[in-house]
Design a protein around this ligand. Structure first.
Ligand SMILES: [Fe+2]
Length: 385
């Protein structure tokens, strides 16, 4: 996570008695990663966070692949995914492998009868359409169009929407999602050369303490199933916390593009990383300024990564007939590049208004039936001249 912060009331030291003002004590919880060797936070609860009243029957949400390998360029019309009222049902996995799931969702309202916790994976929720508040025990983060919400594994949350027309692009990662290490100095501060600054990171605010007893259902996702856990106390009963493990947000609109005299390679667009993938942001920017530069990218061979692009807004310079919410997938082993005419069209252009999120995975991605249902079957032919 980005850096150490604290919210609310804390005891003077960790692991000591923390008295409530009217008798009794607050209960400490450590949320740790990588076997107590990674980032962590300490939270202080009005009630013990372990009081489970009931465990319901699991719901199977494991994605099923339509084939055991994909070796074709694919295009999915993401906005064809149908809106759903329920948050969990709205999440449709499109592409996945052992490390990553790429999901589209169009939830129409706030789910009020349960909380959600991903026990398997960190999540990046990119807000393509919609606004509202991410509510967690760490506090709240208001979100709107363009925000990446980064929600660490094990965070219980609710997406409280103000809007009904919501479109989410979700990346689940079994490995911890981090800001790129090369963007930071030895002390962990974002470097001057990074495309965003620590100030651009939105952290949880307005800590709400719900000291309530009752029946509180947390839908816990693990191993392709969701387990309904009923707790005896409200999951957001924290009076204070500190540490470096917490949800945060970065807006794609705050990503400051790095440009050059000649074409700059994809790593300059990077926002997040894990050992299994990278996430990038393509944002409006001035084009290369060499008098003979070709702003469109060169053809390139996918040697190591399957490449997923999620098109958000604007014209995408290298591709023809791109629509909002479209996903393209270009697999390892096959050269890909600009569509016919795109290279010539880009020469002499001064700027682009493109807005897109890219996910490159080191293991091959498989398609689900939900993906096939919204596929443009002829996409692989679109480079034919
Ligand atoms: Fe590419």
């Amino acid at each position: 996570m980005p850096y150490y912060i604290s919210r609310g009331k804390l005891p003077k030291q960790r692991h000591i008695v923390f008295d409530k003002p009217d008798g009794g004590i607050y209960y400490e919880q450590l949320l740790s990663t990588i076997g107590f060797g990674g980032v962590y936070s300490l939270t202080y609860h009005c009630n013990t966070p372990t009081n489970v009243k009931h465990i319901g029957e699991p719901i199977d949400v494991a994605p099923v692949a339509v084939s055991d390998m994909n070796m074709q360029m694919r295009s999915l019309k993401g906005f064809k995914v149908k809106p759903e009222t329920d948050y969990i049902k709205s999440r449709k996995v499109m592409l996945f492998n052992a490390d990553v799931k790429i999901t589209l969702a169009a939830p129409t309202q706030t789910t009020t009868d349960y909380f959600f916790k991903n026990g398997d994976a960190d999540e990046v929720i990119f807000i393509h359409q919609g606004e509202g508040t991410l509510r967690t025990m760490y506090g709240n983060i208001d979100f709107c169009y363009g925000d990446h919400l980064i929600i660490p594994k094990g965070t219980t949350y609710v997406l409280d929407f103000k809007s009904t027309e919501n479109r989410l692009f979700i990346v689940e990662s079994f490995m911890q999602i981090r800001l790129p290490k090369r963007y930071k100095n030895e002390d962990g501060q974002l470097l001057e050369t990074a495309p965003f600054y620590d100030r651009d990171i939105k952290t949880p605010q307005n800590l709400e303490t719900h000291d309530q007893k009752g029946d509180f259902v947390v839908m816990v996702k693990r191993g392709g199933k969701i387990y309904p856990y009923t707790y005896a106390t409200h999951p957001f009963d924290v009076v204070g916390w500190d540490g470096q493990m917490y949800p945060y947000a970065i807006s794609i609109h705050d990503f400051q593009p790095i440009t050059g005299r000649l074409h700059m390679p994809p790593p300059i667009h990077q926002t997040f990383e894990t050992p299994a993938m990278v996430i990038c942001a393509f944002v409006p920017r001035l084009y290369d300024y060499h008098p003979q530069s070709i702003p469109a990218p060169y053809n390139h061979h996918n040697v190591d990564t399957d490449e997923v692009l999620y098109y958000v807004d604007g014209d995408f310079m290298s591709r023809n007939n791109i629509q909002k919410g479209q996903i393209t997938l270009h697999p390892v082993g096959v050269t890909h590049g600009p569509h016919p005419g795109a290279i010539e069209r880009s020469i002499g252009k001064k700027e682009t208004q493109e807005l897109a999120v890219m996910v490159d995975t080191f293991k091959p991605l498989l398609l689900t039936q939900d993906a096939v249902d919204i596929e443009d079957e002829d996409y692989w032919k679109s480079w034919q001249i």
